[in-house]
Ligand binder design. Sequence first.
Ligand SMILES: [Zn+2]
Ligand SMILES: [Zn+2]
Ligand SMILES: [Zn+2]
Length: 461
Amino acid sequence: MIIKWDNKVGPVIVGKYPEKISFDIDLAVKVYTTQFAGSSSPFSVIEIGDWRIASYYLPREKYIFALVLEDEESGERYENKLFAVAEKFSKVLQEKGIVEDLPKLYSELASAGYTFKRSELYERVETQKLLEKFLDNSLTELEPTFHWEEGFRYINAEKFTGLDPIDTKVLLETLSRYRILNRRACDSALTCPNCGSYKIRIRYRCPYCSSFSVQKSNFIECFLCGTVDVEELFSGIYYGEPDKYYCPKCEKELKGLSLDYRKILSQNRCENCKRIFPEVNVSVQCTKCNYSVKLANAKIVEAPLYTLNPDCVEEIEKQLSHIRVKRIISSLFKEKGWKVETPGIVAGSDNVNYEFDIVASRPEIMDKEWSKNVLPGGRITIDIVMDREEVKKEKVMNFVGKNAGIKPIQYILVVIPKLSDEAKQLLIKQEIMYCENEGKLSEAPPLIESLASIDFQELLA
Ligand SMILES: [Zn+2]
Ligand SMILES: [Zn+2]
Ligand SMILES: [Zn+2]
């Protein structure tokens, strides 16, 4: 939900997704007032009736970006992404008044809290592009660089993945949550807790009256009249005697240290309340929204250094080769005019839905009687299985049931690099077609190549 404050009518729902969600204007008003009356933190998880809502408030633009949570769901993991989305889209909103691609925005947001299966994480092209660079050693670490506008960026990672700075950071964090990347503290920066800007000033404040008019100086106290003031004002330069001290109040010459005056070194004085004190309060002030807080309450953004987790290299290599082989095979089928789904689902004769790495089909011949003998069900299903040295029987067992379930549809197991003898015996006995793919991960196995190349027009003729 995107809610905006309108000066005439109050909160307005600018957009919501899905359309049919029963989040209405009354609820929007409640979210807005709760958020507005709440703590100074722009992010909060609030409960209104049965609703649990994570929301991010941009006070300057008066927008709220809200996400409806599941009953038990903790909202915290959405904080960074919600903030990122709010930052990104508030600009679009101000220019156009609407967010055109709300479904995409929603899926971006949802993916921040969504737990990937490890394999799904590898399926993302950006993940592959980045990890390939680590594997071929053109990348050893990802170091953050600081930019005044966007904060920390990982330029190399952006370059390799093609993602924008924010999505790149989300991807790196996700990979480190799955321990595919290691993260180590490296740098940090303060940001405005209100609007997230990095352009903040450090300012001294009087600890008594909070005024900014604080001056650091040496002071002199005149024992003759009790005046305390900055050293410069006591200078005898006014009297043409720069080496002497004269009290600016009683105008007498001060002749001796500890006799008629004393020095108070390195203190601070507040111009507003005139107090003198050794320690100042330090506050940060945002130059973008003017928000000011104590230093301790400024938001710290950490920018870790990412490296590849060496324990995952084997897993990554395996996952990437799996994906590479899948890509090679599916593009081969596509080239030859097949419709390809990766993964694809086929309903078995036992009414179970079976999922395959690749399902290649020829919809145009599915209803032809003769196709039953050539290409039953009009399609071919393929799974890819791999192991370091050889694929063992135990691993192959999983595929036997699938083959039986979808019969007579053609099922092929692509094995990388090869099968153990036992596994081979099992597949032969079960009449499961297989092909081994030793070494050559750059081309499709000959069996697949010839199946993909079947000329259906000729057969039809
Ligand atoms: Zn700010
Ligand atoms: Zn003061
Ligand atoms: Zn004096």
